[in-house]
Design a protein around this ligand. Structure first.
Ligand code: 2HG
Ligand code: ZN
Length: 487
């Protein structure tokens, strides 16, 4: 699949030789297993076919690599932990994969200014650990935190489970250093909380999916540790009760640090597919909500909240995590959904968002569209049998309006036929989203997989400005060609 109109001016052999002269012989990989590993992400649907993998150690290395690729019209795909779900880091067209993995130094932790400065290849979890070590907290938290890297988080503006309280990646970034397409270094790596001196260009690069520049360093915000976190898992009978539970939290002035949900289908699949997963409930319920709160004082805020929710008929059952093992176990029921689904069957993913007050009307229309309620495993009333045969698994960061819809079928089903059936519903859902002013991508990005659907969320005028922006920063189009949109 060709994504770019570049005409490389050198052969792959010459390019590899030159890149080796920049980073050293052993840091340009060309073995078929390496090309396969580094040329793909968690999407797994594209055939990886990069030219080579380059592993720079310094910003100067990155600058030299890009200058060379720019001069010679070689496409470059930046690579972080490759945990993305829409093929943003896939290299399927002879690209030079630029991995930031060796740039993994934490450069500074400032417990007064509350900042941490790190190179792009630092794993998100390593930032959390470094903050913890000095008694502070780095709030970006994703199910893939052990593998994903801060550079990739910035490039995709990753969201995660704590966004409701702390914001997403964009909100954590104070400054970044970026290497531009032609190799020049743009230093915006300042640690200022306030800086209204003209346009704040860093925001252009955050969420640009490696199409405007390569992030090499960042200064990020740290926070005081949340005090006394409490976690409860609640059984909920109807979807419409979920936003109401959120309202009760706000009205009770509760500091909610996470507000997640999943359907009974998701729950059953985790119990069946994830070793050691256990449910605290005797009876399966249509929905589950996981609420984490900060309970800094002596008030038993979680108990009071649950009492209120029971009295109002908003929940049918609930359990509070009694110790740290149970805390992890409950979180696992939510965070292990993606992995359990992958073990369960073929999966196609949506990552949509809506304004909170639109969630319930949207789900009601979705159920009408499907001819079934969203918590059931099989369907009977939709005209198309192919569509009926799909399992719909819903879960996500419902407290910030982000719904993950996964379409699932057994592994034995013909993959093409499965994708076509899932696409049928997906397109209807995207049309519905336009009506509700929602987004087709809340936190995963666009990559290769969703570029044909960008128009459901962004106006033609917005996309035209995006193209202009791309042309300004990367006129030859060497950076991550084919991602977000085609030029
Ligand atoms: C999550 O929230 C991730 O666990 C993955 O964003 C979502 O697998 C998915 O659809
Ligand atoms: Zn998510």
């Amino acid at each position: 699949m060709t994504h770019s109109h570049l005409t490389p001016k050198v052969s792959a052999d010459i390019a590899v030789k030159h890149l080796r002269s920049i980073v050293g012989e052993s840091y340009v990989l060309t073995g078929s297993a390496d090309l396969k590993t580094w040329g793909t992400d968690w999407t797994k649907v594209y055939e990886p076919k990069p030219m080579c993998i380059v592993l720079p150690l310094t910003t100067t290395d990155v600058s030299k690599i890009l200058a060379y690729c720019h001069d010679n019209e070689l496409a470059v795909t930046p690579s972080g932990g490759r945990t993305g779900l829409c093929a943003g880091a896939v290299a399927s067209d002879g690209e030079v994969v630029l991995s930031l993995s060796r740039m993994s130094q934490i450069l500074n932790v400032d417990s007064t200014g509350l900042t941490i400065t790190a190179e792009a290849g630092v794993a998100t979890e390593a930032l959390q650990d470094a903050a913890k070590k000095v008694g502070l907290f780095f709030p970006l938290d994703l199910a893939s935190k052990g593998s994903c890297q801060i550079g990739g988080n910035i490039a995709t503006n990753a969201g995660g489970v704590k966004l409701i309280k702390y914001g997403g990646t964009r909100e954590q970034v104070l400054g970044i250093e970026v290497v531009l397409a032609n190799g020049s270094i743009l230093d915006m790596n300042v640690a200022l909380r306030k800086n209204n001196s003209g346009y704040d260009l860093k925001h252009l690069f955050i969420g640009s999916e490696g199409t405007l520049g390569i992030v090499t360093k960042a200064v990020l915000r740290l926070m005081p540790k949340p005090r006394n976190l409490q976690l409860a898992i609640m059984a909920v009978a109807t979807f419409e009760n979920i936003p109401k539970i959120l309202t009760e939290c706000s009205l009770a002035a509760i500091s909610v640090t996470a507000f997640e949900f999943f359907t009974q289908v998701a729950h059953k699949i985790v119990l069946a597919r994830f070793a050691g997963a256990r449910t605290p409930f005797a009876v399966i319920s249509p929905f589950y909500v996981l609420v984490e709160i900060e309970q800094p004082g002596s008030e038993p805020e979680m108990e009071s909240l649950l009492e209120k929710l029971f009295d109002a008929g908003l929940i049918t059952d609930a359990t509070i995590a009694a110790n740290s093992a149970q805390f992890r176990e409950f979180w696992g029921l939510r965070e292990n959904i993606t992995e359990s689904l992958a073990a369960h069957g073929q999966v196609r993913k949506n990552d949509i968002s809506l304004a909170i007050d639109q969630l319930d009307p949207f789900v009601k229309e979705l159920e009408k569209l499907l001819g079934r309620i969203i918590t059931t495993e099989a369907a009977s009333t939709v005209a198309s049998a192919a569509v009926d045969a799909l399992e719909l698994v819903l879960f996500g960061h419902i407290g910030d309006g982000n719904l993950h819809i996964n379409y699932v079928s057994p592994k034995e089903r013909n993959p093409k036929e499965f994708q076509a059936a899932a696409r049928l519903i997906e397109e209807e859902i995207f049309k519905l989203l336009t009506k509700f002013k929602g987004s087709i991508s809340a936190e995963h990005g666009i990559g290769l997989t969703k570029k044909k659907d960008l128009h459901f969320t962004r106006t033609a005028e917005e996309v035209a400005w995006m193209r202009q922006t791309k042309k300004m920063w990367d006129p030859k189009g060497i950076l991550n060609p084919g991602k977000i949109f085609d030029l």
